[in-house]
Design a protein around this ligand. Structure first.
Ligand code: FMN
Length: 223
């Protein structure tokens, strides 16, 4: 395997969801290098239908202070429906990833309060010093959402290349009605998800390894 291929696979393999961060701020130049690099992501007809809102500093602390209470008060509205049903193998994978996470946290299945407290940490961005919110121009749907996903994955890999870690969070999309106005966004952008990021700590929660299906369960060769 070439050095280049090895370096690429290394970055891909080293990306996993990080949910504990050092308080150290991420330099603006690094964030710009990552987001700038991700601009090379492909998109339908090169439309580049993505926006990113990077939040740090006072604005982040304000959201961190208010989001958990607002979520608990039921002030939740998504810009995109959350209507997928997981059953069969998808349910099994969801279950396995949750088990891996809660095992690392030392929280058992019946500790509902502890599980809920952990879930609420989504809204304090797992103590990350930065969060990126990914939005789609509101006239767009499924096809462009794929473009946004490709962009976001490129951002996540770029973060790894710079020694950073991140956690993509649909849960932050649950609070679109609160986050959009807080950032001064109008109705022309729809919030898909957020990405907490920063320098990861070496705690067990950041060592969680999730399984992947075997290659031949996914790839079919037609000749
Ligand atoms: C679009 C998207 C949304 C996600 N939302 C959340 C979330 O709200 N909270 C969370 O802790 N993890 C979330 N995750 C992380 C997944 O649980 C994680 O990617 C999956 O279990 C595979 O683990 P890995 O990222 O460590 O490889 C999300 C991942 C993606 C791609």
């Amino acid at each position: 395997m070439s050095e280049q291929a090895e370096a690429f696979l290394n970055i891909v393999a080293n990306r996993r969801s990080m949910r504990a961060f050092k308080p150290d701020p991420v330099p603006r130049a690094v964030i710009e290098a990552v987001m700038g690099g991700a601009q090379q992501a492909p998109s339908n007809c090169n439309t580049q239908p993505w926006f990113v809102h990077v939040v740090t500093g006072d604005m982040l602390e304000q959201l961190r202070a208010t989001l958990p209470t607002q979520f608990a008060a039921g002030e939740m509205a998504l810009d995109f429906p959350y209507d997928g049903q997981y059953d069969g193998v998808y349910k099994e994978r969801q279950y396995a990833s949750a088990t891996a996470l809660y095992d690392a946290l030392g929280i058992s299945r019946d500790e509902k309060a502890a599980r809920n407290n952990w879930f609420m940490r989504n809204f304090t961005f797992f103590d990350a010093p930065a969060v990126a919110f990914f939005t789609l121009p509101s006239q767009f749907g499924l096809r462009e959402a794929c473009d946004l996903g490709m962009y976001a994955q490129t951002v996540m890999l770029g973060l790894v290349a710079h020694g950073l870690g991140s956690c993509p969070q649909t849960s932050l999309g649950f609070m679109a009605n609160v986050i959009r106005p807080a950032l001064g966004l109008g109705d022309h952008e729809k919030l898909m998800f957020g990405l907490s990021f920063g320098y990861p700590t070496e705690t067990p929660v950041n060592q969680v390894q999730t399984e992947r299906a075997a290659l031949h369960d996914v790839v079919t060769f037609h000749e």
